[in-house]
Design a protein around this ligand. Structure first.
Ligand code: ATP
Ligand code: MG
Ligand code: MG
Length: 549
């Protein structure tokens, strides 16, 4: 694959360094601790940490924790774990809530300069008088309160003398601006709630647009990278920074967010899936969260590789989840040990094999990696094969077992159909005869055998539970739901299918989350909730690669 050239952000930064606009690159990844990180955040993480790394700079992890209503310490911890797991180490761990005093002083500075005022209109009035794209806004009757009076009112807001919703602090910019964000945006609102870090020290909290640039300024961030929907907020970002004395002047740049097929990524929706128990938790393997992908069997390197593949652009697009799966499959193909497991067992008896006799055949652990060695597998008279691997009257082109056919049992022997038994119209056992000269799976006379089946020994196997996953939503592009429909209307009823199967005994030693290939079924990993009594394997990704290269 030809290596991609620098992306537009790399070009900007290289230029800034060359021109001496900045001496050192400082970026940040700024999550709000109101949910778990998802694959979209991974893109932002790879980008911000990647840019710092590439240009010898620094990247901070900063919690944008300015809204106590939805934030929680649980999220603060989960986010750090996920960033570390992805393989990144932040320079500084920062919290926007540590800057509340400084934010307040800058708000006072704006008020003193006549650039902010306390507005006592109702939230509804403020919304209505803001206007629309086709209709200019109407100035508030409180807009011309003198600065000294506003300073006192702001102080009283801070002291808790007003109720929630009774008043807000607004920037005094331009109610006629074609950019709605510039029509006297709210800077502070009253929220009489404890904050997970500042307790009840504050009852007014800053709005995102007001706080974000100041956070960057305090931390010396040079390139503040955010998603495209903040492009229209950039004039406001600049306005706040230009109208008070800040220690440093950051710049905002926007890139296209990641949208992935067959899923949603809004934290509100993900939280709703968790709270309504549609999924088992934030780390349900069907979730697009980092913790869900981890439990599904994704590796940090496969996710980073995916972020690399999708690149950085300035226009929104939808990426097929198959590309993500492809990245994992390619990696596991090289690294995952092969094992045999039968997910829908059917008894297979070798009639000419002596009862109780075991032949330890040799099975390679990974054909892609000879250094992975081999393991002994106990071949014997009583085996299980996949029920789908036998048909009484097969269609044309079926090369597995059927009356008259001969197949290879992987790593074992060639066997030929002899008979089968049915109960209530269902096949319950297949009887075969082995070619005892075909140990290892090759016919002594060189006859060609097309079908190869996987199997387990009935006396040397472990019961397993396999969880087979499919898309959480049936619609490919969840931003294009039908009029009047809710995202939950598109839930896939078969996003999780659980089956009880049998696997080779070595599966008892499987490490939680480590990738294993079950021959012909795909890549799996042991779910961390497994016990000695119940081994649960999550299918990370099936074998077939539908991703067109
Ligand atoms: P939500 O709107 O669901 O709350 P958010 O974007 O507000 O999500 P944040 O915690 O604020 O979530 O996100 C932290 C950082 O991750 C932001 O800089 C944001 O731009 C980036 N980010 C979030 N979602 C995506 C995405 N889908 N693709 C790329 N970057 C993203
Ligand atoms: Mg948000
Ligand atoms: Mg956000």
């Amino acid at each position: 694959r030809p290596k991609r050239g620098p992306n537009f952000l790399e070009e900007i930064i290289a230029q800034d360094l060359e021109d001496g606009v900045v001496q050192e690159v400082v970026t940040r990844f700024p999550p709000e601790p109101n949910g778990y990180l998802h694959i979209g955040h991974a893109k932002s993480i790879c980008l911000n940490f990647g840019l710092a790394e590439k240009f010898g700079g620094r990247c901070n992890l900063r919690f944008d924790d300015t809204n106590p209503a939805k934030e929680d310490q649980e999220y603060v911890e989960a986010i750090q774990e996920d960033v570390r797991w992805l393989g990144f180490q932040w320079d500084r761990l920062c919290f926007a809530s540590d800057y509340f005093d400084q934010f307040y002083r800058w708000a006072q500075e704006l008020v003193q300069k006549g650039l902010a005022y306390v507005d006592f209109q109702t939230p509804e009035e403020i919304r209505r008088t803001r206007g629309t794209l086709t209709e200019i806004g109407v100035e508030s009757p409180y807009r011309d309160t003198p600065p000294e009076e506003n300073l006192r009112l702001l102080e009283r807001m801070r002291n808790g003398e007003f109720e929630e919703g009774q008043c807000v602090l607004r920037a005094k910019i331009d109610m006629k601006s074609p950019n709605l964000n510039m029509r006297d945006p709210v800077i502070y609102r009253i929220l009489k709630r404890p904050h997970h870090r500042t307790g009840d020290r504050w009852c007014i909290y800053p709005m995102y647009d007001f706080a974000h640039g100041y956070e960057d300024a305090i931390e010396g961030v040079t390139h503040s990278i955010c998603t495209l929907e903040f492009q229209d907020h950039r004039p406001l970002y600049d306005w706040f920074l230009d109208n008070v004395s800040v220690p440093h002047r950051p710049r905002q740049y926007e890139f296209a967010r990641l949208n992935l097929s067959h899923t949603v990524m809004s934290k509100r929706k993900l939280l709703e899936l968790v709270e309504s128990r549609i999924v088992s938790g934030w780390d349900d393997p069907r979730m697009p969260t980092i913790s869900g992908l981890r439990r599904r069997g994704y590796t940090p390197s496969s996710i980073r590789r995916f972020c690399d593949e999708i690149g950085v652009a300035k226009a929104d697009s939808l990426v097929d989840v198959e590309l993500l799966q492809h990245c994992l499959r390619e990696e596991l193909n090289k690294t995952a040990p092969r094992r045999m497991a039968v997910l829908n067992p059917l008894k297979l008896t070798i009639v000419n094999w002596p009862e109780g006799h075991i032949d330890l055949v040799e099975a390679e652990n990974n054909p892609e990696d000879p250094s992975a060695g081999t393991r002994p597998l106990p071949f014997g008279r009583d085996l299980y094969i996949e029920a789908e691997d036998f048909m009484v009257s097969p269609p044309k082109g079926y090369f597995r077992l059927f009356p008259g056919s001969e197949v290879r049992l992987k790593h074992g022997y060639l066997v030929r159909y002899v008979d089968h038994r049915e109960e209530d119209g269902r096949v319950v056992e297949v009887l075969v005869e082995a070619d005892l000269e075909s140990r290892g799976g090759e016919a002594p006379d060189g006859r060609r055998i097309k079908g190869t089946l996987h199997w387990v020994n009935a006396h040397h196997c472990v019961p397993i539970t396999a969880r087979l996953y499919d898309h959480l939503f049936t619609l490919r592009d969840m931003s294009r739901m039908e009029e009047g429909k809710d995202y939950k209307d598109y839930l896939n009823p078969s996003s999780l299918v659980e089956v009880k199967g049998l696997g080779e005994e070595s599966l008892r030693d499987a490490e939680p989350l480590a990738g294993i290939q079950f021959l012909r079924h795909g890549y799996f990993c042991l779910d961390p909730s497994s016990t000695r009594e119940e081994l649960i394997f999550n299918r990370s990704v099936p074998l077939k690669d539908s991703w067109a290269k």
